[in-house]
Design a protein around this ligand. Structure first.
Ligand SMILES: O=c1[nH]c(=O)c2[nH]c(=O)[nH]c2[nH]1
Length: 318
């Protein structure tokens, strides 16, 4: 049999599925001052009677991927997120039982774990009222970095860390900024503040080997002060938090003269759930869309008065 180009061999549609992938959903629940966080990456894949949309373009059986995304956010608000498994079961059941043409739903979930930042008061137990209960550090922790330079006489040691992700689920505002004709950002009086800290600090030590700092102790202290300053600062901008983190280190650790931060503002947008009759109110605990890009990038050096800045402005490849 010859192949007639006007009547090609039938081409058959094989396995197919569709849905919205990587819905980044952050659910904060508030129990008084104590906040709880669930942070998921949810991917929905549906399959069923989808021949027509592929063969002819008829969308009659197609629940839009946009709807699957909205369902993830609305369920997070309405039913909460008890566990990834429970949330996935709930979603899968909804799609399969709710839409006749959908026969199978596969929900894949990644969950990012967060731990509470221990603030000064959580340890002492003396002043429990001031303990910070809305500050978290993402588990997995950071990468420690160091750069050592020696010219035969003098040493320069720059230490630091990257990929230390932290979040305050309240005590962050952003308002009173410049507005021009392109400004649309609504002022916020209670927002999530999250960043992935990249910091490099320079030691004043440069020669006397007898008086060399204890690098491990110093690193642990710098990290602790940075986290506590982040947690304890009532923030009016990420810039202000940055300065507080840096100055806490400079004030607490005599051996460090200079610190440079690169802080991406990991934006969390309140999801509009009004169309589904759901109030998504910050004060009650809310559902956020965790955007990955673009992001604000806040960078600055904080130094001891009188010292010369030496850490390069662009520390990416330090
Ligand atoms: O903490 C912030 N600093 C900014 O400079 C800024 N700009 C913006 O849009 N949001 C924020 N947040």
């Amino acid at each position: 049999m010859t192949v007639d180009s006007h009547h090609p061999r039938p081409v058959i549609l094989g396995q197919n599925q569709y849905g919205k992938a990587e819905n980044r959903v952050v659910r904060i629940t508030r129990d008084g001052d104590t906040h709880h966080i669930k942070d998921l990456n949810v991917s929905v894949a549906l399959s069923g009677d989808m021949d027509d949309v592929h063969y002819s373009g008829s969308n009659a059986n197609v629940l839009p991927t946009d709807t699957t995304k909205n369902t993830v956010y609305a369920f997070a608000k309405e039913h909460g997120i008890e566990s990834a498994e429970q949330f996935g079961i709930h979603l899968a059941r909804h799609f399969v039982t709710g839409q006749e043409p959908i026969h199978q739903a596969r929900i894949r979930i990644e969950e990012y774990a967060w731990e509470r930042i221990e603030t000064s008061d959580s340890n002492s137990g003396l002043n429990g009222a001031d303990e910070v209960k809305h500050s978290f550090v993402r588990r997995g922790q950071e990468t420690r970095v160091a750069q050592i330079t020696f010219d035969g006489e003098k040493w320069q040691v720059i230490s630091g860390l990257k990929d230390l992700t932290v979040m305050n689920s309240t005590n962050s505002e952003f308002w009173g900024y410049v507005k021009d004709k392109y400004t649309t950002l609504p002022e916020s009086y209670d927002r999530i503040l999250a960043t992935e800290v990249s910091a490099k600090w320079r030691y004043s030590w440069s020669s006397d080997e007898e008086r060399m700092p204890n690098w491990d102790t110093s690193y642990a202290q710098a990290k602790k002060h940075m986290l506590q300053a982040f947690a304890e600062t009532y923030s009016l901008s990420l810039q202000q938090s940055l300065y507080q983190m840096g100055s806490r280190i400079i004030n607490s650790l005599g051996e460090i003269d200079e610190i440079r931060f690169s802080l991406p503002n990991k934006h969390h947008f309140l999801v509009d759930l009004e169309p589904f009759g759901l109030k998504n109110d910050t004060a009650e605990g809310a559902v956020y869309f965790a955007a990955d890009r673009p992001y604000g990038l806040i960078e600055a050096t904080v130094l001891r008065d009188g010292v010369e800045p030496q850490i390069p402005v662009d520390t990416t490849n330090l």
